[in-house]
Design a protein around this ligand. Structure first.
Ligand SMILES: [Zn+2]
Length: 211
């Protein structure tokens, strides 16, 4: 029975910041509280391939249901479910905003975890709109591998070098790796930066152009 008010809570942040651990902690507590809970995760991410499940100390066990889009979540949420947890939400489509809102309106506690910025430090998939809709937001930091400050950004590396901005946002099966870095140490080289900046410096359509 959904007698309580629903809401959306988002656990966002950089890779390696412990978002999934925090999501799992909240789900485990929901299980201890006896809440009927469903856990979904984008199957683009196969770090938990095979049987991913959460067990609480009192023996309750919850399997993660792999999904590839928001509509699958809407289809699979059971009418008696009180808590819906979604991991790796950045890989889902924008429809997840509507699904999360509808669930919260219907009295469900919706817990969403996801990387909020892509490797260029731009909003990742539906995470921006989800953060705007959420009642509660937690943004977790990692540690910058270069300087040791709190890290907020994902550094994509290809053969050990910073990857150019032109690469795809989601690289499946690539040879790239990632590091957590701070704003100062984060590098996104633009191959054609000279060509992009030249027209701006020329002043053709700048502030002066309107006079
Ligand atoms: Zn740094």
């Amino acid at each position: 029975m959904r007698t309580r008010q629903g809401w959306i809570e988002v656990v966002s942040g950089v890779m390696f910041s412990g978002k999934s651990e925090e999501l799992i902690r909240r789900v485990r507590r929901a299980l201890i509280a006896g809440r009927r809970t469903q856990l979904f995760k984008s199957h683009l991410d196969d770090r938990y391939s095979g049987q991913f499940h959460i067990s609480s100390h009192d023996g309750r066990r919850l399997e993660a249901e792999p999904v590839s889009n928001a509509a699958q979540i809407a289809e699979r949420v059971r009418s008696e479910t009180q808590v819906v947890a979604i991991d790796e939400a950045q890989f889902l489509d924008d429809g997840i905003c509507e699904v999360a809102d509808a669930l919260a309106d219907a009295g469900v506690r919706v817990i969403v975890a996801g990387t909020d910025m892509d490797f260029r430090a731009e909003p990742f998939g539906p995470m921006g709109p989800l953060l705007a809709r959420a009642e509660r937001i937690d943004k977790l930091n990692a540690i910058c591998v270069v300087c040791g400050d709190p890290a907020t950004r994902n550094q994509r590396l290809i053969d050990g070098d910073p990857a150019p901005a032109e690469g795809p946002t989601i690289q499946v099966g690539g040879a790239e790796s990632y590091e957590a870095r701070c704003r100062r140490c984060h590098e996104v080289p633009k191959r054609d930066r000279a060509q992009v900046e030249l027209p701006l410096r020329g002043g053709g359509v700048g502030w002066e152009g309107g006079k």
